[in-house]
Design a protein around this ligand. Structure first.
Ligand SMILES: Nc1ncnc2c1ncn2[C@@H]1O[C@H](COP(=O)(O)OP(=O)(O)OP(=O)(O)O)[C@@H](O)[C@H]1O
Length: 297
């Protein structure tokens, strides 16, 4: 169990990156969804014991992540947003080296563990290739193998699917969901699709604050019956924004298909859309995200 209490961090500026963050996470995949600059990486790095908060506490079972970082690191796996430069060594050599640093041994056991990890991320066949020759998807799968070395009880994965093609993204998601059965798996992302259907529980974070948390289904229920869709002329968008909370708009046949949040059925104000064209729709996570996260110009 991961217990985070009133965690705070302010960078010089001042920039409040984390404000009184409270979280209690059990085994399973937990998604942290928020826009750029929301504070996700600061939270991830703090829990990975790579930086200190200004205030608050974080515990993983009986380990104090802030006071006992060395002890904590033995049981934490971390896949950072940027892995930096990939060394000119093979995947097998690198994984074996990282396993040694993690204290996994003796030699024969470590080799076996490394081979298992390579097989689980489907890299066994290319394990003797140099890491700097790997594609983006292969590098991310290698990242999973490193994060799961030594059966950690907390695994932190920071924005893992940016830059992956749809096939690699799904493959990556599947691997994460398989692995989440045995640990607390914290996934941060600004990509709604990474959360939908994958995480049993999630939180929305923006400007350093947790805005909402629960299962995706629970969170969606809170805006059910309040999301509407209707077409408008592109030039009516500003008027729409004045009248309604616009969640999103998509070009469709020279018009815009608008999604708005409204407790009452919206009444069209422009001549070219009749009332019948206004439909209530089942909200999705994109709507939820747009509803809670302030759009910044
Ligand atoms: N070392 C730093 N010094 C000053 N400000 C920082 C530093 N690191 C992050 N910030 C600021 O803190 C806020 C939170 O940043 P953070 O990287 O945690 O957000 P994020 O949600 O991970 O964003 P992204 O998705 O863009 O990576 C941002 O406003 C960022 O500019």
């Amino acid at each position: 169990m991961l217990t985070v209490s009133r965690l705070g961090k302010t960078y010089p500026g001042p920039v409040v990156a984390l404000e009184e963050i409270d979280l209690q996470l059990d085994r399973g995949l937990f998604g942290l969804l928020g826009p750029n600059g929301a504070g996700k990486s600061t939270l991830m790095r703090t829990l990975a014991t790579l930086q200190l908060p200004d205030s608050g506490s974080a515990r993983l079972d009986d380990i104090d992540l802030i006071a006992e970082p060395h002890r904590a690191r033995r049981t934490i796996g971390y896949l950072p947003q940027e892995m930096g430069v990939y060394p000119r060594v093979t995947a097998r050599e690198m994984l074996d080296y990282l396993a040694t640093l993690k204290g996994i041994g003796p030699h024969r056991e470590r080799r076996k563990h490394v081979e298992q990890q390579l097989a689980r991320v489907h890299l066994a066949d290319v394990a003797d290739r140099r890491l700097d020759t790997f594609s983006g998807g292969m590098k991310q799968r290698f990242g999973i193998a490193t994060a799961f070395l030594g059966q950690p009880s907390l695994v932190i994965v920071d924005e893992p699917t940016a830059g992956l093609d749809p096939y690699e993204r799904r493959r990556f998601q599947l691997m994460l969901s398989e692995r989440a059965r045995d640990c607390v798996l914290l996934l941060s992302t600004h990509i709604v699709e990474d959360i939908a259907g994958l995480c049993e529980n999630m939180a929305l974070i923006d400007r350093g604050r947790l805005l909402q948390r629960g299962s995706p289904r629970e969170l969606l229920q809170r805006i059910e019956g309040c999301v509407w869709e209707f077409p408008i002329a592109p030039e009516s968008l500003e008027e729409a924004r004045r009248r309604y909370r616009v969640l999103s708009f998509r070009p469709r046949h020279e018009r815009l298909s608008l999604r708005v949040y409204s407790k009452q059925r919206p009444t069209p104000w422009h001549g070219d859309c009749d009332e019948g064209a206004v439909g209530a729709i089942e909200p999705d996570l994109e709507d939820l995200y747009a509803y809670h996260v302030e759009q910044r110009v």
